[in-house]
Design a protein around this ligand. Structure first.
Ligand SMILES: *Cc1c(COP(=O)(O)O)cnc(C)c1O
Length: 232
């Protein structure tokens, strides 16, 4: 548990350095602690060390952990979301990162309307066009944005991508740059949104490069909590 605080400290330093290199303000980058498969004690250790944004990729795990953590935690749904589970997280999470179809956007809109809330979402884009990954294609992203943005009680805040797994972070730089360019192409004209566009990109292996390319939210799991406990 002490290791978690040390890891967070080291990552904080890396984030500060990456911000400095790219002339960005530290407060423009949010570190999301990705706590999937980790026991609540690990999340509490991260919270004690200052973490307030937590990311989970499964609805059930998310709703189980939520009441066990302090109320000021911001929860991020970062995993593939099935429409029949939307009702369990609307009104509870700060941001849904993984919207990749109009049917899913419509379901979130419908549930948000029912609950009288506005849901902030990101569109997940499969920038590298990997077959194994969810997400809309770069080409289809604009149409999805326009259609989803028109739905009631839904606010499309930006874009998310999961870059390919690689040992060489630099290899993912073009994908991060492409997502940023997409956000400018799609949302750039909209002066109201322009400086608030969210770009959720970068994980343990490549978050520094992602920040250099404009990430506003980085999602770091193993770098904070260590290897995942898939057998618990
Ligand atoms: C697990 C996960 C992460 C964190 O991955 P690490 O490589 O452990 O940092 C980030 N984003 C998503 C969508 C994930 O599912």
């Amino acid at each position: 548990m002490e290791q978690i605080a040390q890891n967070l400290q080291a990552i904080e330093k890396n984030i500060e350095d990456a911000c400095q290199r790219s002339n960005r303000a530290r407060e423009d980058v949010t570190l999301i602690s990705v706590s999937k498969t980790k026991p609540i004690e690990a999340l509490r250790a991260a919270y004690a060390a200052g973490a307030r944004d937590f990311g989970e990729n499964k609805v059930q795990e998310l709703v189980e952990k939520m009441p066990q953590m302090p109320g000021d935690v911001r929860w991020h749904m970062i995993g593939h979301l099935q429409r029949n589970k939307v009702k369990y997280i609307v009104g509870k999470v700060a941001l849904i990162h993984s919207v990749d179809s109009m049917r899913l956007a419509e379901e979130i809109s419908k549930e948000s309307l029912k609950q009288g809330v506005v849901s902030d979402i990101l569109l997940e884009v499969n920038v590298a066009a990997e077959e194994s990954k969810f997400g809309t294609s770069l080409e289809a992203a604009k149409a999805l944005y326009q259609a989803a943005q028109a739905l009631p009680n839904l606010c499309v805040k930006g874009f998310m991508t999961i870059a390919p797994y690689t040992l060489e972070a630099e290899e993912n730089r073009p994908y991060f740059a492409a997502l940023r360019q997409l956000s400018v192409d799609i949302m750039g004209q909209n002066a109201h949104n322009v400086d608030k566009v969210i770009l959720s990109m970068g994980m343990t292996g490549d978050y520094c490069v992602a920040i250099e390319e404009g990430a506003t939210h980085v999602r770091v799991g193993t770098g904070i909590f260590g290897e995942r406990n898939y057998f618990n």
